[in-house]
Design a protein around this ligand. Structure first.
Ligand code: ADP
Ligand code: AMP
Length: 213
């Protein structure tokens, strides 16, 4: 099963992707996590991506598509995956479709987690991230057992640079201009599923499970 998570930054794509992957035993592929791991390790890719990420802009398509295609070519992706944060532009979606078509394959579901901009600003300020293992928390809605420590790997949690309010506004603008058109793109393909992302994490997940079966 190949699943794409759509939605604004902070809508809960990563949170739901993690839950889906655990239940359906699929790899969770987040381009944002891949970029953050590269930044942490000081790679050339990380240095280039950081310039865009810090401003709330998208990393250029050529770079993003390459790392995504390399990742989905790995063995653990044979039986499917959940893409979280990719595609974010129509050209990215077109490349993915083209590559899958070559393999006689396709995306099965595009799940749009719908959350209005007003709720997003709140969520991002409270988000805490583990750069070591990619886990995500929220100071109010999903706190870790020990303040600022990752439950899964024990690393210290951070407030992402791009989760500061000025950058969040830019990211929302970028989302509306460049990413939102994907809702229509996948709607036209007949695989779009809309879920209300303003309810609790477990309620969102129940709705997704009812879609995926
Ligand atoms: P995205 O991957 O779409 O950027 P995240 O999954 O990281 O979003 O979620 C953004 C923040 O909101 C995180 O701190 C997360 O813990 C919190 N969150 C996710 N889903 C919900 C929800 N349904 N209700 C309240 N907070 C949520
Ligand atoms: P995320 O962790 O999904 O919120 O992504 C964080 C940042 O990484 C985004 O604001 C972009 O700068 C960059 N990024 C992640 N995925 C993509 C993508 N598919 N295309 C372009 N930039 C991306």
């Amino acid at each position: 099963m190949k699943i794409i998570m759509l939605g604004a930054p902070g809508a809960g794509k990563g949170t739901q992707a993690e839950m889906i992957c655990e239940k359906y035993k699929l790899p969770h592929i987040s381009t944002g996590d891949i970029f953050r791991a590269n930044i942490k390790n000081g790679t050339e890719l990380g240095k280039e991506a950081k310039q865009y990420m810090d401003k709330g802009l998208l990393v250029p398509d050529e770079l993003t598509v390459k790392i995504l295609l390399d990742r989905v070519a790995k063995d653990d992706c044979k039986d499917g995956y959940v893409l979280d944060g990719f595609p974010r532009t129509i050209p990215q979606a077109e490349v993915l479709d083209k590559e899958l078509t070559k393999l006689g394959d396709k995306v099965d579901f595009a799940i749009n987690v719908d959350v209005p901009d007003e709720n997003i600003i709140n969520r991002m300020g409270g988000r805490r991230a583990c750069v070591n293992c990619g886990a995500t928390y929220h100071v109010q809605f999903a706190p870790p057992a020990k303040e600022n420590i990752c439950d899964k790997c024990g690393n210290t949690l951070i407030l992402r640079d791009d989760d500061k309010p000025e950058t969040v506004k830019n990211r929302l603008d970028v989302y509306h201009k460049q990413t939102q058109p994907l809702i229509e793109y996948y709607g036209n393909k007949g695989i779009l599923k809309e879920v209300d992302g303003t309810v609790s994490m477990n309620e969102v997940f129940e709705r997704i499970v009812s879609i995926l079966g």
